[in-house]
Design a protein around this ligand. Structure first.
Ligand code: BES
Ligand code: MN
Ligand code: ZN
Length: 499
């Protein structure tokens, strides 16, 4: 799908579906929607009454034009109440509209720029949100479905963003270009998570990183099994030992031209499959564990965006990648592992594997002087229970860093919530045998996971994002089809750019 910015009159634009909008409670549409109504001789407002369309957010009204204007059909998308409207409203409207346009089998879609009219939001921001909502909402993962030659899947070839004022065109173009590159990376993260686990192996993730580095001018380093052992990344080695797919440790570095304003490290959990290991998951809990590398996918997507936007902040992406499987060679409950920072870990449950591979990566990051280290992990089922699939759980040692992440999330429509983070919970992880054990029962499970990680995070500001709930949804949302969401890639972009 291609997004093109055009200067001109929306009402006179030829297309299959023409997208306009309406705030809730408005009966006499203004702006570009009003202009389309006038070109139709009042047919649009007549349809609003006829079909009792109120402009509620997430609803659409569609009708044919019978040749009164060049567009074949008009689609009015409801924006909800004007008082509640924000840039995320633009994204949601675009997602809702593109989904409806696809159902209408449109090849060419023309749209007004939601939000830039009476809502008065800045045109560049609206254009970015429009592009993001369109491409993220139009995302499908259907490569494994056979195509019926008699009923080819409708594909939207192009979306024309039509703007009347010539002066605004450069701004709109800039916004669309940024939105496109961000949405394409989010969709890459979704692809990586949605792909079956026999495709997305640690080696596949490493190859993807290599490709991104070459394409977007990043430094890239990949460690195989031997180097992982040499580097004392023993937890990564041991968790991955039961799999026929060898582990990889992936590192991407973006170094800006001048002196960086800050150095940020982002670490993504890369469990290409989490069967639970010898503490095997019951069948119903194993479903979707191909997405246990979502943190890794997000880090790769983020690095692809950073490589294109090239801010004056240095960004390092790290991914410990492996599979948690059963075999004669698998690590066991009762094993004791020594992490890279020297601490010993008694294995209480082989299914608490994410924190182990992160322990090594966090130890490595702690050896360098990053201004902030952020890990992203589908770490605990407990976080899904606590915060549903709505909020990402935010933990860590630095309140300012956590607040900055919450603010960035709110700005881009990705919800985050701080969980209490107190050493009182550390007792649950006391081991008779080693410095710490990797699991301590079900109570406060999400926080216990975070507290475990803290032992390896060193002294610099660190935050842990538990994305077990938010990285995957089973009911679609306006710009998030069901499946992998790519959350919180856009939050991290916002966080880095506003740093
Ligand atoms: N990958 C899972 C967490 C998970 C659960 C992600 C559901 C997405 C959806 C993680 O490795 C895990 O198994 N965690 C255990 C920890 C426990 C053994 C302390 C859990 O949550 O049960
Ligand atoms: Mn697990
Ligand atoms: Zn896991």
């Amino acid at each position: 799908m291609e997004i093109l910015v055009q200067q001109g009159d929306l009402a006179q634009t030829a297309c299959d579906v023409l997208i306009v909008n309406l705030f809730e409670g408005i009966t006499a549409p203004g702006g570009a929607t009003g202009a389309v109504d006038r070109a139709l001789g009042g047919w649009l407002s007549a349809q609003l009454t006829e079909q009792q369309f109120t402009g509620k957010a997430g609803t659409v009204l569609e009708f044919p034009t019978f040749g009164k204007i060049p567009a074949k059909r008009v689609l009015v998308v409801g924006l909800g109440k004007a008082a509640d409207f924000s840039l995320d409203g633009v994204r949601r409207a675009a997602g809702t509209a593109i989904t409806a346009a696809k159902k209408a089998k449109a090849a060419t879609v023309a749209t007004l720029l939601h939000g830039a009219g009476i809502a008065g939001l800045p045109a560049a921001g609206c254009a970015q949100a429009l592009a993001e909502g369109t491409l993220m909402g139009g995302y499908v993962f259907e490569k494994y479905k056979s195509v019926d030659p008699n009923e080819p899947k409708p594909v939207i070839a192009r979306v024309l963003v039509v703007e009347h004022t010539a002066d605004k065109i450069p701004e709109v173009q800039r916004g669309v270009a940024r939105g496109v590159l961000i949405a394409e990376a989010v969709n890459l993260a979704r692809d990586l998570s949605n792909e079956p686990p026999d495709v997305v192996t640690p080696v596949f993730l490493a190859d993807t990183a290599t490709r991104i580095a070459a394409q977007y001018d990043l430094q890239c380093e990949i460690w195989g099994t031997e180097r992982i052992v040499e580097e004392r990344m023993n937890c990564l080695f041991m968790v991955g030992r039961g799999s026929v797919h060898p582990p990889r440790f992936i590192r991407l570095d973006y170094v800006p031209a001048g002196t960086p304003r800050a150095r940020i490290c982002v670490i993504g959990k890369g469990l290409c499959y989490d069967s639970g290991g010898l503490s095997l998951k019951p069948a119903e809990f194993m479903k979707h564990m191909k997405t246990d590398m979502s943190g890794a996918a997000d880090v790769l997507a983020l690095m692809q965006i950073i490589g294109q936007l090239r801010p004056d902040v240095a960004v390092t992406g790290m991914v410990p990648a492996c599979e948690n499987m059963i075999s004669g060679n698998a690590y066991k409950v009762d094993d004791v592992l020594r992490a890279r920072n020297g601490k010993t870990i008694e294995i209480d449950n082989t299914d608490a594997e994410g924190r182990l591979v992160l322990a090594d990566a966090l130890s490595l990051a702690a050896e360098e002087d990053f201004d902030a280290v952020i890990d992203l992990a589908t770490l605990t089922g407990a976080c899904v229970i606590a915060l549903a699939r709505i909020w990402t759980g935010v933990m860590g040692t630095d309140e300012a860093l956590k607040d900055a992440l919450l603010t960035a999330g709110a700005a881009v429509g990705e919800k985050m919530w701080k969980l209490p983070f107190d050493k009182e919970i550390r007792d649950m992880l006391d081991s008779d045998l080693a410095d710490i054990k990797n699991a301590g029962g079900r109570e406060g499970g999400a926080i216990a996971g975070g507290i475990f990680l803290k032992e390896f995070a060193g002294d610099h500001p660190w935050a842990h994002l538990d994305i077990a709930g938010t990285s995957y949804i089973d009911k679609p949302r306006p710009y998030e089809p069901k499946g992998a969401t790519g959350v919180p890639v856009r939050t991290l972009v916002e966080f880095i750019l506003t740093r």
